[in-house]
Each structure stands twice: as C-alpha cells, then as structure tokens.
Write a protein that binds this ligand. Structure first.
Ligand SMILES: C[S@@+](CC[C@H](N)C(=O)[O-])C[C@H]1O[C@@H](n2cnc3c(N)ncnc32)[C@H](O)[C@@H]1O
Length: 449
C-alpha cells in the first residue's frame, strides 16, 4: 500500500505527472546488468544498450543469476540502470585519464564500487568503504570477484577518514536514504517509510557529508546520490552543502533523450530519475566541488611495512602478469600484492583505518610452493601460464560452486584453477583419487538447478 503522505508529496513534486508516475509503479522493474570490461566473456545475455553506461544492457527477462557461473566469476554485475548514470557524472566531473585517489564511502554491496573501478585509469586507487561490518563481507566478495587490483576495502565510520594524512580527489556518497525509489522493486520498503524516517535520513546524510568533507582535497569532487525522490534528502542537502560547507556546483549535462529531470539549488545541478521517464528505478545524483580548505601532505610512516623477502618474492612473482607494478607484503602468513605507486598511501590507510582487504591476496607459501588464495583466481592480474586451468561445463561448475562432487577425472594432480568459459572461479587441489575444493564455504551457492 503506497503511503498517503508519500502520494501527496509526489502530487506536489510532479503535479502534472503524478498519474504517470503512479502508473509506472505498477509496471515491472527492468532488469539490467553491467559487464566487466576486463574479463573477456562472450555472453549469451544480450539486450538493449543502456545509453548512459558503456557496458550496461537491459535484459528482456530476468534469468537466475545464481545459476550462471559467469556471474559468480565477476563477468558482469546485476545493477539497476538509473544508478549507472554515475558513469556520465564521473566522466564530466573528473578527468578519468589521470591517476586519481577515490573513495566510495557507502559502498556495500558494491554496485557503484565495481562500476567506479571499471572507469578509473589503471594507475588509480579506489578505497571502497562500508560502515556496517556484516555488509562489508558481501562488498568484499563482490569486489574480489570483479578482480581489479587497485582497491582497498575498509570498514569505517565516515568520521574516521579525517585521520588519513592524504585527501581524496573524488568521494562518492551513495547515501543511506528513505528508499522511495525502491518502492516498485521492493514494495516492502513502503512499510519502513514515514515522514519522520525521511527527516531522520536527511539528518544522517548531513552528518555523513559533514564528517567526510575534510577528507576531500581542496578542488576535489563529491558525488552525492540517493535512491529517493523527496527534496529534504536531495535538493535541501545540496543547499546545506553550499551554505554550510561552501560546496560549488559542477556543470553536468545529461542528454535530454535519457529522460532525467534536472533541478538546480544554489547553483548546484541535480538529476532525478523518475520511473515514468527513465527506464530504471528512482535515483537522485549531483556533483559538487570543494573550493576551500588546506591540502594535507602525506608524511612518511614510522612503522615499517612488512615486505616479503627476495626469496619469497621470487616464488610469488611468476603468478602475476605484471609483477613489476606491485610490492609484496606479508600479513601473518598471507602474501599480498599492492600497487607500488600507492605504497605510501596504502601504508597510511593501514595505519589509520580498519582494513578488510587490500590489493591482491596472492596466497601462502609452503616452502617455495604457493597455496593460492581465492582472490587470485578472479584477479585480472593472474598469469594463466603459471596456473594449471581446468575448464568445466555449466553443470559441473555449479556443482563446484555448491561444493558438491564434480567430474575431475581428467584433472592433473596439484592445484588447478577451475574455469567456466575461460573465467576463473576458484581453486581445487587434486591429490591422486581425491580432490579438495577450495571455493570459500561462505560463498557457496545453495540452490539446485
Ligand atoms: C544506498 S546503500 C549503498 C549502495 C552501494 N553504493 C551500491 O551501489 O551497491 C547505502 C549504504 O550506506 C551504508 N550506511 C548506513 N549508515 C551509514 C552511515 N551512518 N555512514 C555511512 N554509511 C552508512 C549502508 O550500510 C549501505 O550499505
């Protein structure tokens, strides 16, 4: 049941379009996915291209993604289409040819983070943060499967980022909100909605913005988005950003044919996606620039990093395509490859924030032999000439992903990368007539075909 107060707000907001808006809530939500441009995969999934996202498509029906091994391999991400407009906003607000330091502050489950990763230059670094610990796990799984190396996943409150000795070029705040834009896809969201909840969300959003503001470089960019329509959580927060924090608008122009509705508040443009005009769910997005403040200077950390020894590096290096781009550190007995260009910055992050994972988890050494970590199976940096690969068909990969028995008759002894259509899914170790399945138990799929 659509809350009456919400209905009257929409009638105020969209007087001549309210009927069309409410009718659109009775239509099916479009299904859309975004391909991973760094994983070559010829998909049977085809469909109409999403005009504002290079790798995004609408699907004509919703298949069972859980029963598609390519989905588990990080070949694509299931994401609603309006959210992908972040791509166009980022392209216009930031020079993506440059190597930049970016933060996705409210990142779980990882839709925007995987998208940002695909848009940033190879030499950039993304910090993907989620404050709620239980949600940080799904974020970590999705980012690991996406497979790009230049990412650090953190689990911190927005206020903690001021501890860093370096500021970000761009911060994306996809804020927790009252979720009006989800009413079609998740009607249960209506039960949580009330005018009081909207006010609480707006207050929380201002606190998040105030807390994270010092972490942006002067001249840096903040992209703010919500999946709600009301002005309290959108335009009024832009006004607050301008009046309280001196944020300035950035000129973003979206193609009129795409159907986004432009608003302007204190010189800051914002864009609404309404479901009767944009083929996607409800969304609001805006970009502002920080003009004031002092730039922090990165200081050398006192505590040294725990680098791997030369011998250890010799055993690990052959597993990566471009080992010269990485430094190798050891965390307990896990070897991790960190993009060397960002070594000092990552060291600063390590010293000040709670890290879930960083760079590429390579694995553990047993003598000179590597026991590969699951993350290496998905990494776009994995050297496939070093790893022995074992290709399985769809049915057998699903058995592997369920951690059930699969046909390993022709698998050689030792560590094998299980692949589906050439995409890495995880490791299995064959020891004579038995095989150990190293797919992480907490990622295991639980439904049968
Ligand atoms: C809209 S969701 C993010 C969706 C994500 N960006 C994506 O594209 O997949 C908002 C996120 O903010 C997190 N969150 C909740 N309270 C927060 C707070 N006080 N500060 C920062 N993040 C918060 C939620 O746990 C949730 O994961």
């Amino acid at each position: 049941m659509i809350p009456a107060e919400f209905q009257s707000k929409i009638q105020e907001l969209l007087p001549s379009e309210a009927e069309a808006f409410f009718q659109s809530l009775d239509t099916d939500s479009p299904t859309s996915i975004r391909f991973n441009p760094l994983k070559s995969y010829s998909s049977k999934l085809g469909g109409e291209k999403i005009p504002w996202a290079d790798n995004g498509i609408y699907l004509s029906e919703r298949p069972s993604f859980t029963l598609d091994s390519a989905f588990h391999a990080g070949a694509y991400y299931v994401q609603e289409a309006s959210s992908m407009v972040l791509e166009e906003v980022l392209k216009q607000a930031v020079d993506l040819e440059e190597d930049i330091f970016a933060l996705d502050l409210c990142a779980a489950p990882g839709g925007k983070s995987t998208h940002i990763q695909s848009l940033l230059s190879e030499g950039s670094l993304l910090v993907s943060n989620e404050v709620i610990k239980s949600r940080a796990n799904i974020l970590s799984e999705n980012i690991t499967k996406w497979g790009l190396p230049n990412t650090v996943i953190t689990n911190n409150d927005p206020s903690h980022f001021d501890r860093l000795n370096i500021q970000f070029d761009v911060i994306v705040v996809d804020a927790p909100c009252s979720g009006e834009g989800l009413f079609r896809r998740e009607p249960e969201a209506m039960n949580e909605w009330s005018p009081e909840a909207v006010k609480l969300c707006a207050t929380r959003q201002q606190r998040i913005l105030a807390d994270i503001w010092p972490a942006i470089k002067p001249g840096g960019v903040l992209i703010y988005s919500t999946c709600t329509y009301n002005s309290l959580e959108n335009e009024e927060n832009l006004q607050w950003l301008n009046e309280q924090l001196d944020a300035e608008g950035i000129s973003i122009n979206l193609n009129n044919d795409w159907g986004f509705t432009e608003t302007e508040t204190n010189g800051i443009k914002g864009f609404h996606a309404y479901p009767h005009k944009v083929k996607g769910e409800g969304l609001f997005i805006a970009a502002v620039r920080k003009t004031e403040g002092r730039e922090k200077k990165l200081r050398k950390q006192k505590k040294p990093m725990n680098f791997a020894s030369r011998q250890e590096i010799d055993s690990i290096k052959p597993w990566l395509m471009n080992p010269e781009k990485f430094d190798f550190i050891k965390h307990n007995d896990l070897f991790i490859a960190l993009p060397n260009h960002w070594k000092e910055v990552i060291h600063d992050i390590n010293s000040n924030l709670y890290i879930i994972s960083e760079g590429i988890n390579i694995g553990r050494l047993k003598g000179k032999k590597l026991i590969p970590n699951e993350a290496l199976a998905f990494s776009t940096e994995l050297n496939l000439e070093k790893a022995s690969t074992f290709e399985l068909n769809l049915e057998e990969t699903l058995n592997y992903l369920r951690k059930e028995s699969f046909d390993f008759e022709s698998m050689p002894n030792g560590w094998n990368l299980i692949t589906y259509k050439g995409l890495g899914l995880g490791w299995a170790n064959r020891i004579q007539q038995r095989v150990n399945n190293y797919y992480p138990t907490n990622w295991r799929i639980r439904i049968s075909s």
